[in-house]
Design a protein around this ligand. Sequence first.
Ligand code: ADP
Length: 611
Amino acid sequence: MEAKEKQKKKDKVGLGKAFASNFFLLGLAFQASPSRVIGQFAGNICSYARNLFFGIFFWEIIIKFVEEKASFADVIPFLIFTVLFNFLVVFYTSYFRNVTESVGNHRLYEKLHICMFEKAADVELACFENPEFYNKYMKAVTQIKGRAHTVLWVMGRFLTSLAALAVLVYKTVQIDPFAVLFAVFPMVSTYIIGKRINKVNYELYQENIFADRKKDYVKRSMYQQDYAKELRLSNGFVLLITEFKDAVRTVMQNTKKYGFRAGLLSCFSEGLSQVFVTAGSIFYASIRLLYFKNLQISDYIVLVNAIMQIADCLVKDAYLLGRIQDNHLYIQNIREFFNYKPAISESQSGKAVDRENLLLEMEHVSFSYFGQDQEVLKDINLSISKNEKIVLVGENGAGKTTLVKLLMRLYDPTEGRLTLNQTDVRDYAVGEYRGLFGTVFQDYRIFGLTVAENVLMRRMEEKDREMVIDALKNSGVYDKVMTLPNGIETMLTREFDPDGAVLSGGECQKIAIARVFAKDCGIAILDEPSSALDPIAEYKMHESLLKVCENKAVVFISHRLSSAVLADKIYMLEHGRIIESGSHRELMEKNGKYAEMFRFQAENYVEGEVS
Ligand code: ADP
């Protein structure tokens, strides 16, 4: 019921709003590729000018030559002009179609998508957990290119046709103002029926959304590496193909149902308008020419052709108006996405960060994820000072990762605040504040780029080589990298290079850790960076990590306690609360939960290796 109400509201889109939306996307396209937009308008102007010339002016001038009994020599310059004009128009339109349009489309694609990616990178992480926002983003990404082309095509034709219409109406009114009426009726009927057709098309789009998403999901699952293993080892392939077939069948059934309705409406509208204009205008002008004899032959030809062209323009404009309104429904989505003001924006300006005196504090911080009532962190008080080594420990799900996400301002707390050097972190420039951290998350990602680019997360220059090598040595993966065909310039993953290296989980993790070593950061955050290692290797890795990060503060997350002994301070989390904090010695003396857990885990380690 509510969905129907929403649909009704959308159907009542005012023309003002519809034009504003179309101009918004036209403006965005112009920013992305001015030549593509200008080329589109120039192309439209050429084709309308050609129609006007050969439909009206050519006949008017030729008949005038005949009426004035001009010689062939008098007509030759006009004929040469006609041929040249035609040649130029044909030349430009084919040049536009093959060069300006096709090259411009790629530029448009690139620039529009970059605008979109920049916006997506700028919004806070919580947006990606908000299904409404995420749907909006997905829709905007999938629609922007197609919609930009439609808007260019529709607006280019509509605006140039208005100019052509002005010329045609002027010519008609000069001969017989009453005759204009023959052209107006079909426009009204086409506009009304056109709106119905748009509604039918939008209903079709709405009804297909779910099946279209399912089709896309199956497509993605079939070619993505992540799913390849599961699909081979289970019945997943057959299951997904069945889902795919069902989705295509649903889309086909919907298309048939709505296509039939749209087709009927379109036949009715076009038939009505054609008969009225053609028969009406010819009949009317013929009566004036032959019965009342108050019309010259040149005026007769101009009048009949002009009315047909006006009607043609109006019918097309009415259709285009419908498309403009139709565009609005889709652009709204893109517009809302672009106009969204992120609560934590990477580009947000603010105070500069003073790295000399580093004191990061959490004061009574509580937090719950988007759309959830339950608090994941409760009343957290914690401080990290310059070069301090901190370990967060606790069972899975205790809230450790969430806590570091808050430290980095990927989210803001629901209650309490974070301060850096006694200033609220919201007062700092977000980009600079986040630059303070070098982080490896548990679900780190390795990109289809070279080893060096994966470490630097930018293109490598010659001067960076040593730094990359040092970072790889410190994370303990350099020897492995040197066995790869192109050393640090070897591509990772086989996505873009058949010779790309596929590394083990532990090796990938070390590449990700090397990122932190190569980054000039004040605080290194490592979220279970050694989960792929055994406890002894983890301890050793932690030891070398602390050595490399001598001049950085380090926040290390682990649910294994073997590494905690080396930290200056340990925070133990349980169900989102800090239940104990202090050095290893202090906590062991306290003989609380930490000591109990440490002893329990230590029983599984080789005596003497960890303490
Ligand atoms: P830890 O790092 O200690 O294992 P997390 O911080 O990852 O714990 O998770 C703490 C709790 O928050 C868990 O119950 C988890 O299910 C929940 N959680 C984590 N991420 C999200 C998210 N993006 N949306 C909703 N709940 C989440």
